[in-house]
Design a protein. Structure first.
Length: 302
């Protein structure tokens, strides 16, 4: 199924978005010039900063320091429909180690979701973004499914509705604008697909509270499919990261660490994730690592 093409959306009210009203390039330059621990020489990082201002995805990152639903879908596969990519943009979507891991993570989610498709089931995507995780699954014609998209970003919900229409699934899809930490849902879903919240929240207690919300929302034996980013080399002596080019990792650190100070850098180990899910009431079914062991998928059962 071909991916839908959406116009970028922007908001500063979502956990993944920065609070600045506009990009302040001078502020970026000043911070880089005063840093004594850059991944690349200052001149190279200033050039990367300049290049980020030259394409829409880079401009969004400079303003928000994180991804919304549209841009998450874009880096996974949406960029393929674009005729021409900026040189730096092409590197980000094709070479940046964490972006490649994100793309593989999305494929793993699809494989896992297909395993749990059953007749008369209700599947929820939280946060739904443009809801590619559920809307692009291969549903058998005789399956009776209810799809629920929950997101705090109304613009993301609007795009997800457009996506549902394009995928001919609007009649079995419902959208709700709600904070994932305040779902107020009990025993309603058979499966919850959730990517992108825990990587923006460094507070373990808040993350466990999120998983408790998911646990309450699931029916008995319900399945949670979620993910986490493992600590990178240098931050953890036992980092699991592998199968990457060192030069690409350094450039990634320069862009997302030094320049953007990206907000998605709440790293956790498999042991921590297991503990968090089990504290919330889940039993861990399996952990599936991507080939770089950066962005694993973890499956829990209520």
């Amino acid at each position: 199924m071909s991916k839908s093409k959406f116009k970028p959306v922007k908001s500063s009210q979502i956990i993944s978005h920065g609070k600045d009203n506009a990009s302040n390039i001078e502020k970026y330059i000043s911070r880089l010039e005063s840093s004594d621990n850059l991944a690349l020489p200052l001149e190279e990082e200033l050039l990367l900063l300049e290049q980020l201002t030259e394409f829409d995805f880079g401009k969004f990152l400079l303003k928000n320091k994180g991804l919304n639903g549209y841009w998450t879908s874009y880096i996974i596969s949406g960029y393929r429909g674009k005729n021409k990519l900026h040189t730096l943009e092409r590197w980000i979507v094709r070479k940046a180690p964490l972006v490649k891991a994100t793309q593989e993570r999305a494929r793993i989610f699809t494989e896992q979701l297909h395993k749990y498709l059953e007749d008369n089931s209700t599947l929820a995507s939280i946060p739904c973004g443009v809801m590619d995780d559920l809307l692009t699954l291969d549903y058998a014609p005789d399956l009776d499914m209810q799809l629920i998209g929950i997101d705090l970003d109304q613009k993301a919900i609007n795009l997800a509705k457009e996506n549902a229409v394009r995928c001919n699934l609007i009649n079995c899809t419902k959208f709700v604008k709600k904070n994932a930490w305040n779902l107020g849902v009990v025993n309603q879903y058979n499966v919850i697909s959730s990517n992108g919240l825990n990587i923006y929240e460094p507070d373990d207690h808040k993350v466990i509270e999120l998983y408790k919300q998911f646990h309450n929302a699931l029916k008995k034996d319900g399945i949670l499919i979620t993910s986490f980013i493992t600590p990178p080399p240098g931050l953890c002596e036992n980092s699991t990261w592998e199968n990457y080019e060192e030069k690409d990792l350094i450039r990634q650190k320069a862009i997302f660490g030094d320049i953007l100070q990206a907000t998605w850098q709440a790293y956790r180990t498999e042991a921590q994730m297991r503990e968090h899910l089990e504290t919330a009431g889940f039993s861990v079914v399996e952990v599936i690592y991507d080939s770089s062991k950066m962005f694993p998928t973890i499956v829990g059962r209520k």
